[in-house]
Ligand binder design. Sequence first.
Ligand code: 5GP
Ligand code: SF4
Ligand code: MG
Length: 453
Amino acid sequence: CGVFAIYTNDEQVASRAYYGLFALQHRGQEACGIATSNQGRIEFYKSQGLVTEVFNEDNLSNLHGRCGIGHVRYSNSDGNANINIQPIVAHYLQGDVALAMNGALTNTEKLRQWLAQSGSVFQTTTDAELVCNLLARYGHGSLDVSISQAMADLQGSYALVAMNHDTIYAARDPYGNRPLCIGKLPNGYCIASESCSLDTIGATFVRDVRPGETITLDADGIHSRDLAHPPQPAHCAFEYVYFARPDSTIDGINVNLSRRRMGAILAREIADELDVDVVIPVPDSGTSAAIGFAEASGIEFTPGILKNRYTGRTFIAPTQEMREQLVKLKLNPIREELEGRRIAVVDDSIVRGTTSKRLVALLKERGAKEVHFLVTCPPVVNPCYYGIDTAERDRLIATKMDIEGIRTYIGADSLHFLSSEGLLEALGGEPRFCDACVGGAYHLGVPEEGEKR
Ligand code: 5GP
Ligand code: SF4
Ligand code: MG
């Protein structure tokens, strides 16, 4: 998911939120919403669909006020019911509150039980509503104090934005797992999951929200409260590998450049073993890495696969059957680039193996003489409990087969993965990342038995 928040002194809040969310569309295509605060009352509009489908001049013009928050959502364990669309808007002791979050808690069920036993009711299955209930429970003081109190109860990963009648709040989990950054506008400030969102609305990047930090935006500007003893950060490595937009810079690392390095390091690791005519990316997520690979290896690069830009990310499709269809709708290899050639095709990851199997078959159908499959991250061997929907453990192909088995399954002539060390090197070499899904440690904990996965 993606979150956005804005505080300004002009009346452009709803339209800025619209463009800010539009730039975060890649983080979730299932539903979206915007809430603004108008003289103590929160107005909102949310629905299923893309940002451009949900919003129009009409419904945007009904959203008034000097502050606003927004959300784009992709379906995860929360389920895809309409009621789960964010921002969640509620009324508590101190008035209206709206909240939106990205991430996933690992102690959802425990908190839900605890709240339910003392009388809380729930309309949704979202973590966001759970956090709202905690805010209400700690709601005797100002909202930033309630948020800090609630954060002490939360385990897992989150980047959240919240709003009451005249103030914006934002917080990032103590490990900084999900991205969140601050931008400056001529008349105020904004907060977004990724810096590409700030660029889009003409805001200047100020800095990333620090792990465990809570931010307040109001008429006096920006205030911040740091966590006293934050643990070693565990930023999601997959934001760089796959999820984030290449033009974003997250926690000091530009996503495009990190992907170029992943490609270049993979070239250093395996190019000697490879005898191919041309390097072709699987667009879009493999493009930067393929360029890095081609540069470092000296092998010719060509964009030999056309991606239809209007299909959405294939993992949005809920069923395996749909997923297979969508791969075909999405990618079209160009025969004239492939015929008779030995190609190295570069993709960011193999999760279920469906995409790559389908793609290798298509590439051969279109005349490729050999297809060598290069992946710019290590095999995905563990599920993500922190908000990236990489599938359950038993759907991950690398939990069922070794590399040779996967190679045979996808029908490639050879198959190569970036090493874990190579991935870390591409991210600057410091141990401040989560790489649990590719075999590293679950620094933010794992859900207990009975928790949703
Ligand atoms: P699969 O192996 O699951 O068939 O597909 C992997 C491809 O799908 C990669 O190209 C990647 O860009 C994309 N993809 C779809 N969903 C996800 C996801 O949740 N996580 C990751 N890492 N990649 C995904
Ligand atoms: Fe990111 Fe993987 Fe960690 Fe999940 S497990 S937060 S996808 S690095
Ligand atoms: Mg891809």
